[in-house]
Design a binder for this molecule. Structure first.
Ligand SMILES: *[C@@H]1O[C@H](CO)[C@@H](O)[C@H](O)[C@H]1NC(C)=O
Ligand SMILES: *[C@@H]1O[C@H](CO)[C@@H](O)[C@H](O)[C@H]1NC(C)=O
Ligand SMILES: *[C@@H]1O[C@H](CO)[C@@H](O)[C@H](O)[C@H]1NC(C)=O
Ligand SMILES: *[C@@H]1O[C@H](CO)[C@@H](O)[C@H](O)[C@H]1NC(C)=O
Ligand SMILES: *[C@@H]1O[C@H](CO)[C@@H](O)[C@H](O)[C@H]1NC(C)=O
Ligand SMILES: *[C@@H]1O[C@H](CO)[C@@H](O)[C@H](O)[C@H]1NC(C)=O
Ligand SMILES: *[C@@H]1O[C@H](CO)[C@@H](O)[C@H](O)[C@H]1NC(C)=O
Length: 630
């Protein structure tokens, strides 16, 4: 009898629970439908305003005002629903898909701060940005001329200077004027960030920092640290080679054996790999007589003389992968040239524009035809396909699974298209570009632009996360240098102390920028490439006829459907699920990047042996904890 009563009670309770769960599911469903609809309307207005700015130029006042107004409305809207959102999250109601949708509602988390703190946060981040943008340096050769901005004025001077004293002067002046000026704001920022993390219920500021990556802070930190460890043998060989080259240029006194290289000189050396259009004027290639093929000339020779022709040529490439054909009317109906920009600003790129809740993608293009714009077309078209693939998802899922994920795919396709085998087939390049010498030159140039960046990104994020969690003190400038030296093999050109503040200004400006996701994206790019090349037989490990760097994916019809399926999920699944669909692996792995650069690694090992250069570096002795500031 008693047990029956209990049973009945249980049943009733259960029925009640189910019922109220159904109820809350219904409530949640309505809430989410509303959010999706409201966000779509707001986002579309924002996209439209920015699109207008892109095609009419930044002086379109109406679009400018619209863009600012809508951004504020979006903030206001998100703030207005944030209490409800967190309540639903806390109650854990709804099914797993709904919970995922809830989790995708954007939040900066700063809204949790009091209005005084929020204002302060705004002030310090703006200040730090202004210091970086507005600081002017006095000229080395004329200290009364004090109107030099870092970019482009100082940058141009440095690129053309062989004077070590001049290079050092600007390095020091820049740090003197920006570092100490930003330090107090950075201290305030760290305090407020910790507060915001706590108010949002995170146990550590780093958990808050990594919230968009769907990893806890320990997992994320462990993952990227493991990347650095796997990169180390290649990095050390490359570092040794660059240091040897610098020693030839600057002498043994400035570049002593076994020490880290001076950061200011290394930045110039590596920075030369970014100098377009003619890196061979600035870089000494492994095979200097052979240099790099002129792809721009090849494009023009092939008749790819305007952006429209390039677009359709690239669209053809994607079709050959088994992706849907882009309709003939796309160009006339949706593509417009980007408005002219000032000369100085070479930021002229192709770009796809997505809208929400309606099936439309617009396209703005840069009218210039050259190598960079050609490969950029592959990235922009990847976005066109990506946006179209997930346009049926609710607004909250119409995103990439983590920031910079789509870049990995776009850059993978652009890398595949830059394969000499493919360019030869397209008749953009003459035969012979797949020779060993050509391959090593290309890998060397790509390597300068990729391999040296990863440890720099790592140190940037590691430093910020360690400071936020209190594992590193802002006043311990030497700890910053130790981290920098350990991972990048660079040290300051002159003695520094804890009285200085050298964490780079760029880091302080882009306070919300996630270098971790950029590292993940870069590594992922090579992982996709290796996998796709492997399953299509274009890369065969240990077969010299099928090395990864020559892999050509064109006409591999297996690829398209696989990529489309993954892209159509948007952010409705975690990146690990999406990765599994594409690569059968659930974890991001360095294998692809290392396989890609294996020939460069072999060349570096041999060349370093021939040159008799030393590998690795001692810790820096150029930072002294004693502060010369009171
Ligand atoms: C929730 O359930 C109760 C009890 O069954 C019902 O009366 C009420 O109408 C439901 N509310 C909603 C919003 O569905
Ligand atoms: C956003 O909210 C603030 C404070 O409630 C209000 O003053 C402001 O006008 C709102 N902005 C817009 C664009 O609606
Ligand atoms: C800086 O000032 C000098 C002379 O004072 C002038 O010749 C130069 O054009 C100025 N540069 C810029 C970027 O304003
Ligand atoms: C490559 O070709 C383009 C177009 O013909 C030309 O403008 C450019 O100077 C060439 N670059 C080099 C390094 O020869
Ligand atoms: C771009 O998208 C907007 C909004 O959907 C539309 O009004 C406009 O006509 C599009 N522009 C082009 C060139 O397709
Ligand atoms: C830098 O510090 C080292 C170690 O204390 C010292 O030997 C050296 O003279 C210092 N260099 C300069 C330029 O002060
Ligand atoms: C990641 O995204 C940011 C912002 O869109 C962009 O500036 C950066 O170049 C991207 N990084 C990579 C590695 O694609």
């Amino acid at each position: 009898m008693k047990s029956l009563l209990v049973f009945t009670l249980l049943l009733q309770w259960h029925a009640h629970a189910t019922h109220s769960a159904e109820n809350s599911t219904a409530i949640l469903m309505k809430f989410l439908a509303n959010v999706n609809q409201n966000l779509a309307a707001l986002y579309n207005r924002e996209v439209l305003a920015n699109w207008q700015l892109e095609i009419k130029g930044p002086n379109d006042l109406y679009a400018l005002l619209q863009s600012e107004l809508v951004s504020e409305e979006i903030m206001n809207y998100l703030q207005s629903i944030s209490a409800q959102t967190s309540k639903y999250k806390r109650l854990k109601i709804g099914d797993s898909e709904q919970q995922r949708e809830l989790a995708q509602i954007p939040e900066t988390g700063y809204e949790a701060l009091s209005s005084t703190d929020l204002k302060l946060m705004y002030i310090v981040t703006t200040n730090m940005g202004d210091i970086y943008k507005k600081t002017k340096l006095c000229a080395y050769h004329d200290r009364r001329q004090c109107n030099l901005t870092l970019i482009p004025a100082v940058q141009n001077i440095l690129h053309n200077s062989n004077d070590v004293a001049e290079i050092e002067y600007y390095w020091l002046e820049w740090r003197r004027k920006t570092g100490m000026a930003a330090k107090q704001d950075f201290v305030t920022f760290v305090d407020l960030y910790r507060k915001a993390a706590q108010l949002n219920g995170f146990t550590k500021p780093s958990e808050f920092w990594y919230k968009d990556l769907e990893e806890d802070s320990v997992q994320a930190a462990t993952l990227i640290k493991s990347f650095m460890q796997r990169l180390q043998p290649l990095y050390q060989q490359f570092h040794a080679h660059v240091r040897g080259q610098q020693r030839k240029m600057y002498g043994e006194e400035l570049i002593p054996r076994g020490k880290p290289f001076p950061q200011n000189l290394a930045e110039i050396f590596i920075g030369n790999a970014y100098r377009r259009p003619d890196p061979e004027w600035f870089i000494e290639f492994p095979y200097p007589a052979i240099g790099m093929p002129n792809i721009t000339a090849g494009l023009l020779r092939r008749g790819l003389t305007n952006a429209q022709r390039v677009f359709w040529n690239v669209a053809d490439y994607f079709r050959s992968l088994g992706m849907p054909q882009i309709e003939d009317t796309f160009w006339t109906q949706h593509a417009r040239p980007k408005a002219d920009l000032e000369e100085e600003d070479m930021r002229c790129w192709h770009k796809a524009w997505k809208f929400y809740g309606i099936e439309r993608v617009n396209f703005s293009y840069c009218p210039i035809v050259d190598e960079d714009r050609f490969f950029n077309m592959y990235e922009a078209l990847t976005d066109v396909y990506y946006y179209r693939a997930y346009e049926k998802q609710p607004t909250l899922f119409a995103e990439e699974p983590f920031p910079n994920f789509s870049d990995a795919l776009g850059k993978m396709f652009s890398m595949a298209a830059s394969s000499p085998r493919y360019l030869e087939k397209l008749k953009i390049l003459e035969r012979g570009v797949t020779s060993n010498e050509q391959r090593i030159n290309r890998l060397y140039w790509q390597g300068l632009r990729t391999i040296f960046l990863l440890p720099v990104f790592y140190v940037l994020d590691r430093y910020r996360v360690d400071v936020l969690d209190g594992d590193l003190n802002i006043n311990d400038n030497c700890d910053y240098w130790q981290l920098t030296t350990d991972f990048t093999g660079a040290e300051p050109p002159v003695n520094r102390s804890n009285g200085d503040f050298d964490a780079p200004a760029k880091l302080l400006v882009e306070v919300d920028d996630q270098y971790t996701s950029q590292i993940m994206s870069t590594v992922l790019q090579y992982q996709f490439y290796k996998h796709f090349c492997h399953i299509t037989g274009q890369y065969k490990p240990n077969d010299p006829n099928y090395p990864l760097d020559l892999c050509d994916l064109s006409n591999q019809r297996k690829i398209g459907p696989l990529v489309m399926q993954a892209m159509s999920l948007g952010s409705s699944k975690s990146y690990k699920d999406i990765l599994e669909i594409m690569t059968n692996e659930r974890a991001i792995s360095m294998d692809g990047l290392l396989a890609y650069f294996q020939p460069l690694y072999d060349w570096l090992v041999e060349q370093n042996r021939i040159d008799g250069v030393e590998i690795g570096w001692e810790p820096t002795t150029k930072c002294w904890e004693d502060s010369d500031v009171e």
